[in-house]
Write a new protein. Structure first.
Length: 479
């Protein structure tokens, strides 16, 4: 048989090696005969005892230093009757020793089960559904647990959970919550932020819903949402959002993540308002129907961060405002520069079209080409208008323009179209040009004072020149 451990001091309970339990000096308390020690810690001890009046086994708690409210809260919790809440049978004082006799569950704690094996998603949902319904029953009776955690949940041999220590856990574990060295002893990790902050006026049944959210988180992921020293956990609870369960278990259903994070809301008003609401959501998951809760949006997460960090949020907003102002001014100045650049290009284009018009009127096709050429490039296509296309069309018949520098009296083109020969008025020379690239090839001197006629032969590209003195010469201009 598994021994039952008292959850309120689950990290402080001790048993003797080899399963031998030491006995207190008192062999019996009231009508309860002590059988064996189940566990002990700073709060006191828990014994398996025999009720001699009713002939039944009970778990008997013997607090060391109970305060005045312990009996009252235990008596209040004793009213609870639910199949998944460990019942309190009797509360009393015998020879100055306070005792609390409760139902004995043969099994192990949920904490022990978590340490021994991985609990699947389906079983986790089933466990939390039963726990939430039991908690709702207690809340309806005005009883708040205030110390719900896996160590306060017993699991019997059939795998059914039972909540222990309702109404007395808080009183019995005040000293066990935070040690003087600031080490984690279990309870702080499951406390709601308002409870951990000592805001007792705001601590109600919704603190239990937060604790159940921590338990659900641990069942689903194998980890608590906040870990570290006591001081570190308290800071995280009040300043940080819990991590996404799906970031730890990627294949976890999103609806379970949403339920878990809603339970872990920092503000009680944003959690499920009753444990029954939580149970109903878990039942929807079990039935594969949509849940009512919705994930927190990115905008709302950002807004919450700003509310938690007003100074940092203000500084960030000021920096973003300055960056935005600089970006806006820069964009405006860039727009002005682009506008001026466009005006300059249009003005330059109009100037080139004026030059093109003058060149066309003077028959200077070389100057016309120079004026049109910049706007034939792909990057300047947007500037072309009717004037450019008109002059471009007008110059197309002209293949090559050659300048001899004076009036021309004779001109001839070779039969293959590759050479052109020309002579000027009263000049005793003939110029031969390459049509392909427009460069001068040769200068031929006639015998007289001027060339009066010239012509290329039908074959062989021979050039014939006639001078004013009656001399005819045949030339090979390519020699």
């Amino acid at each position: 048989m598994e021994t039952r451990r008292n959850s309120a001091a689950e990290d402080d309970l001790h048993t003797a090696p080899g399963g031998v339990h030491h006995r207190h000096e008192l062999p019996a308390v009231a009508h309860f005969k002590l059988d064996r020690l189940l566990g002990e810690g700073g709060f006191g001890s828990v014994w398996l005892a025999h009720d001699t009046r009713l002939n039944r086994a009970v778990a008997l708690k013997l607090p060391n230093n109970p305060d005045a409210s312990l009996l009252h809260e235990a008596q209040t919790a004793a009213r609870l009757r639910h199949p998944h809440i460990v019942s309190i049978y009797e509360v009393g004082i015998e020879q100055g020793q306070v005792y609390i006799a409760s139902e004995y569950i043969e099994g192990t704690t949920l904490r022990d089960e978590l340490m021994q094996q991985v609990i699947g998603v389906t079983r986790s949902v089933d466990l939390m559904y039963t726990i939430a319904q039991a908690a709702h029953h207690a809340h309806q009776q005005g009883v708040v647990h205030r110390d719900m955690k896996p160590g306060n949940v017993m699991v019997d041999g059939q795998g059914q959970p039972f909540i222990m220590d309702f109404g007395i856990a808080k009183s019995m574990t005040d000293d066990e919550t935070i040690s003087s060295e600031g080490q984690i002893v279990g309870t702080v990790a499951y406390m709601a932020p308002e409870q951990a902050a000592g805001k007792n006026a705001r601590t109600d049944h919704r603190a239990d819903i937060y604790s159940m959210g921590v338990i659900l988180f641990e069942l689903l992921t194998g980890h608590r949402p906040f870990r570290g020293t006591v001081q570190g956990i308290l800071y995280q609870k009040n300043n940080n959002d819990p991590p996404s369960p799906c970031s730890l278990v990627p294949n976890l259903p999103r609806d379970l993540e949403t339920i878990c994070l809603k339970c872990l809301e920092r503000e009680p008003d944003k959690r499920y308002q009753t444990a029954q609401d939580l149970a109903d959501e878990l039942e929807r998951v079990r039935q594969n129907v949509p849940i009512l809760a919705r994930p927190v949006s990115r905008v709302e997460k950002l807004w919450r961060w700003c509310l938690r960090n007003p100074m940092l949020a203000s500084s960030t907003a000021a920096i973003l405002l300055l960056v935005t102002c600089f970006a806006t001014v820069g964009w405006y100045l860039w727009g002005v520069a682009e506008h001026n650049r466009s005006l300059t290009r249009k003005t330059l284009y109009r100037a080139h079209m004026v030059l093109a018009s003058n060149a066309y009127a003077a028959g200077d096709f070389e100057a016309l080409d120079a004026a049109l050429q910049p706007y034939a490039l792909p990057g300047n296509g947007a500037l072309r208008d009717f004037a450019w296309y008109y002059f471009q069309h007008a110059r197309q018949p002209v293949s090559r323009t050659l300048h001899l520098g004076g009036p021309i009296t004779n001109v001839s083109v070779s039969r293959d179209g590759r050479l052109v020969a020309a002579s000027q008025f009263n000049e005793p020379t003939v110029q031969v040009w390459s049509v392909e690239d427009g460069r001068p090839m040769r200068e031929l001197a006639v015998s007289g004072r001027r060339c009066v006629a010239l012509a290329f032969s039908a074959v062989g590209n021979r050039l014939l020149t006639a001078a004013n003195n009656g001399t005819i010469r045949i030339w090979n201009p390519q020699a």
